[in-house]
Design a protein around this ligand. Structure first.
Ligand SMILES: NC(=O)C1=CN([C@@H]2O[C@H](COP(=O)(O)OP(=O)(O)OC[C@H]3O[C@@H](n4cnc5c(N)ncnc54)[C@H](O)[C@@H]3O)[C@@H](O)[C@H]2O)C=CC1
Ligand SMILES: CC(C)CC(=O)C(=O)O
Ligand SMILES: [Mg+2]
Length: 345
């Protein structure tokens, strides 16, 4: 069977790390996993190519794919566009119904030196952040600003909270059976409903231990006690911020992949970071976030665990040898790192 993967390279370092990860996939998968790639435009690339950061043709191609890979979008060139690359990304997520964004923070214990945290704090860190992706402040209407005032709307329906919370409980039940719900229920009405629903749904998962943290305290505990977490579930904005914070426990934002799931359609895999305009086009980007996005795809969409293991083992071997990109304190170019991974396969 030949699987169809739709590739959305996007902007900035997006195309560079996408190509890097696809080179690794091609080298590793020969004779094992058969796929075809279809390239489509999104973000600033969509604006430049067809005047739309979320072209109809892209949505159509994604809807018919077995899986989707996205690099990153955005950059100064399109900041003043009527419809920005970020608007396009949100539209893509909403159109494809990608309600659950899974962001794993897993420290490789043989690469503890890469973490800015003390070894004894970072060692054993392995948690999954489940971020609600198509609700909350990023989508709520009305939304408005002029020179005198501005407002956004934070809105969640019961159904949308139930859906993400159940996904997180299912995941916790399949892991170490601990779920931490992060909210701001001491202040926000949204969070009060969120917390109530978490408590209700917990009745159906007696084997899962549940606790609640306010988002401010959670941001502190993720850094001081990262190993206390197994699955974290939270709303869109909090998850966006906390996952960038969590990523650096592994050494760099450039290490973290994600999987976005819908109820019935294909899943989308993308790094958690943005288009990094400050290093774009310089062969400096860390491609690990995209390589891990590919291995998440192999596991979750195609049950190709052995192939994913093989790619990750080659990456670990290269990083353990000290060959790492600048964000991890090294000097390797993206191309040099990828070549070494391909040789280590
Ligand atoms: N999903 C997406 O496509 C996202 C897009 N963005 C967009 O990206 C653009 C840049 O935003 P920033 O706030 O600068 O966030 P960013 O995540 O692009 O970069 C933050 C910092 O991390 C570094 N970095 C990120 N990924 C890296 C990698 N793979 N290797 C090495 N270093 C890496 C960058 O060089 C920069 O110093 C904006 O237009 C923003 O809206 C931001 C976040 C997510
Ligand atoms: C650019 C935003 C729309 C998204 C973002 O920061 C993210 O998904 O992490
Ligand atoms: Mg973000």
């Amino acid at each position: 069977m030949t699987y169809k993967i739709v590739v959305l390279p996007g902007d900035g370092i997006g195309p560079e790390i996408t190509q890097a990860a696809l080179d690794v996939l091609e080298a590793a998968s020969s004779g094992v996993f058969d796929y075809e790639l279809q390239y489509e435009a999104v973000g600033g690339d969509g604006i430049d190519q067809v005047g739309d950061p979320c072209p109809a043709a892209t949505i159509k191609a994604c809807s018919g794919a077995d899986a989707i890979l996205l690099g990153a979008i955005g950059g100064p060139k399109w900041e003043e566009a009527e419809k920005t690359p970020e608007d396009g990304l949100l539209e893509l997520r909403e159109n494809l119904g990608l309600y659950a964004n899974l962001r794993p923070t897993k420290v490789n214990n043989s690469l503890l030196d890469l973490s800015p945290l003390k070894k004894e704090i970072a060692e054993g860190t392995d948690f999954m952040m489940v971020r609600e992706l198509i609700g909350g402040l990023y989508f709520g209407r009305p939304k408005y600003y002029d020179d005198k005032e501005a407002f956004d709307t934070m809105y969640y329906s019961r159904e949308n909270i139930e859906r993400i919370v159940k996904t997180a409980f299912d995941l916790a039940a399949s892991r170490r059976k601990k779920l931490t719900s992060v909210d701001k229920a001491n202040v926000l009405a949204n969070s009060r409903l969120w917390r109530k629903i978490v408590e209700e749904i917990s009745e159906d998962y007696p084997e899962v231990e549940v606790d609640h943290l306010y988002v401010d305290a959670a941001s502190m505990k993720i850094i001081t006690h990262p190993t206390q977490f197994d699955v974290i579930v939270t709303e869109n904005l909090f998850g966006d911020i906390l996952s960038d914070e969590a990523s650096v426990i592994t050494g760099s934002l450039g290490m973290l992949p994600s999987a976005s799931l819908s109820e019935n359609g294909p899943s989308l895999y993308e790094p958690i970071h943005g288009s990094a305009p400050d290093i774009a086009g310089q062969d400096k980007a860390n491609p690990m976030s995209m390589i891990f996005s590919v291995t998440m795809m192999l596991r979750m969409s195609f049950e190709q665990d052995a192939l994913a293991d093989k790619i990750e083992a080659a990456c670990s071997q290269v990083m353990e040898s000290g060959l790492v990109t600048g964000d991890l304190g090294g000097r390797a170019a993206t191309s040099e790192f990828v070549q070494a991974v391909i040789e280590a396969l």
